[in-house]
Design a protein around this ligand. Sequence first.
Ligand code: GLN
Ligand code: ZN
Length: 712
Amino acid sequence: MQSSTVLGYPRIGPHRELKRALESYWDGRSTRRELEAEGARLRAGTWRRLAELGLDGLPSNTFSLYDQVLDTAVMLGAVPERYQAADDPYFAMARGTDGLAPLRMVKWFDTNYHYIVPEIGPETVFKLDAGKPVGEVREARALGYETRPVVVGPVTFLLLAGALDRLGEVLGHYEELLAALAGEGVEWVQFDEPALVQDRTPDELAAVRAAYERLGALPVRPKLLVASYFGDLGEALPVLAATPVEALAVDLVRGPVPPPLPGKTVVAGVVSGRDVWRTPPAAALAKLRAVEADRVVVGTSCSLLHVPYDVTVEDGLDPGLRERLAFAEQKAAEVVALARALAAGETGGAAGTVPTRRAELPPVPARSPYAVRAAAQAEHLRLPPLPVTTIGSFPQTGELRAARAAVTAGTLAREDYERLVEAEIEHAVRVQERLGLDVLVHGEPERNDMVQYFAEHLDGFAVTAHGWVQSYGSRCTRPPIIHGDVGRPSPITVRWAKYAQSLTAKPVKGMLTGPVTIVAWSFDRADLPLREVTHQVAAAIAEEVRDLEAAGVSVIQVDEPALRELLPLRAAEQADYLEWSVAAYRRATGAAGDRTQIHTHLCYSNADQILSAIDGLDADVTTIESARSGTRILDAVTGYARGLGPGVYDIHSPRVPPVEEVAGRLAAALAVLPAEQVWVNPDCGLKTRTYPQVEAALANVAEAARRARAAL
Ligand code: GLN
Ligand code: ZN
């Protein structure tokens, strides 16, 4: 291999060209051929840019029209029967069709990227179609570039599909793939095996050994690079080292310098693909020099998929901050510069700065015992049994989004925008009153996004104009950047909360995003541990809680949908994480008075895995997704002692659930929890639905609650 490489690159396009091309194809405004032409243009642009930057190890097959795991499934012929007759089976699997639900989508390790979970069953007959990787190799070659195709490795692919028992069969097809790529004259192939940085059983490690011994033994094949990332290979390292693979990629940002690897090439991932900071050269060069191997190639810690394209277009950022930042282009350039410095024997000057130390925050406050609070709240709020509420957002109209853009562009006066927001709040409140809901929300019309909104109002955060990162398919987010100490210069939500409460005698929930979610969906700063940053955010949210309380808001919801996302990949580190993250939540909410009812919302069906952590949040009421996951959550919550609202309406679908269906879900909750603990609510926020859908569905939710109350 050459001296510098990246494990992967963004593919949505510097101006989200792929998003537009996908949406146009999905809407029937363009053809599959036009979509593919746009893909080819984006790939060509990436290779050209990386070559211009001086990178000599160019990857290919890192592009995808939707997801690289889905691409791998399709490459191996794992297309479930029911999708085969669809007009476009690939997008039918990714997004569903009128008659077909899509495949499941899950977060890619501890990132905010989502992959499509392959469905492999006894009926799956694997069959290789190497068209995509081979096609990209040829396409690059026609442009004058030799590339290293990147494919999800067999062990990770099967672990994600829950089908490691099919390894023997699948390896036959990977062998065929290697033969096909050898036939194209490909020198190196990269197999991505991020699943190997997680705890693996002895059987799984044996599967790793078997896989790479078998692939390595092929007489005619390209050289093999097995890429690990998002952590340390741990026990999988000696296993891989003992196989004939020629190269290993290791994450030296999150993991240590590996023990000597004689005879191997090591792609040393010293430039982080998970943050947006420039790489301090001295520290990176010291790590690179410490690697003992046959050959050291400078690389990124993982694919650059998880960072935006280019920081130089961010005119709105403070120049002092911008010069400390590196997005994908800048990171690729750093890889090249480090490779040159390494070859020239440079040291990169003085070692990096010492992490900043901060004065300790005060201890985390503790609330009164739950029974005391529950009594005070019952007295104060006087809610009926089985209270009905929603999760926070109401449908966001295109008009409102356009108005927000117009304020930013300076074509709409702020006061006019605020009138619009008020009208929207009033509308949402009236709808909820008419439907007979018990605890209302203001509907969040003033928020573009539940994290960005707070980031825009807190010190220590910067937001970008073009810093889009792919979340799934055509969907991108623009994560804020935490660059300094977090503080809250002035109240953020109080104005809207007060306005909403002034419209009705029913309690309206104050609505805040929790500290863990704010940091999880932002780029972290590099010079302070995440726990400290999170606790700073928590202290700012605590000030907001205090001000809401002072403004007479008696129910405050602090959402933590991302609590589970930051869970470390290795079991040994999880308890520590859960302890500090739960403590951050209690810092944000723990000073609330007994009469103030604290709600939290978590949106995933596998919350049962962290139920004890949820208990540790000590919220008075927890609302949680459950409409689609059957009784999974309910099985786990027997004995749970506080308020719980398992979702009875699946908001991810435009479908309006009939009263009987909602009543059935409510009955299931009442079968495992005492009625005085049960809340009635949808699975998640209603932002992506329309008012007609929401009103019809909530009417049925309210009716189911009335029937259940009558039967108590
Ligand atoms: N309060 C937010 C909303 O209703 C919660 C969103 C979420 O759980 N992701 O939109
Ligand atoms: Zn949710």
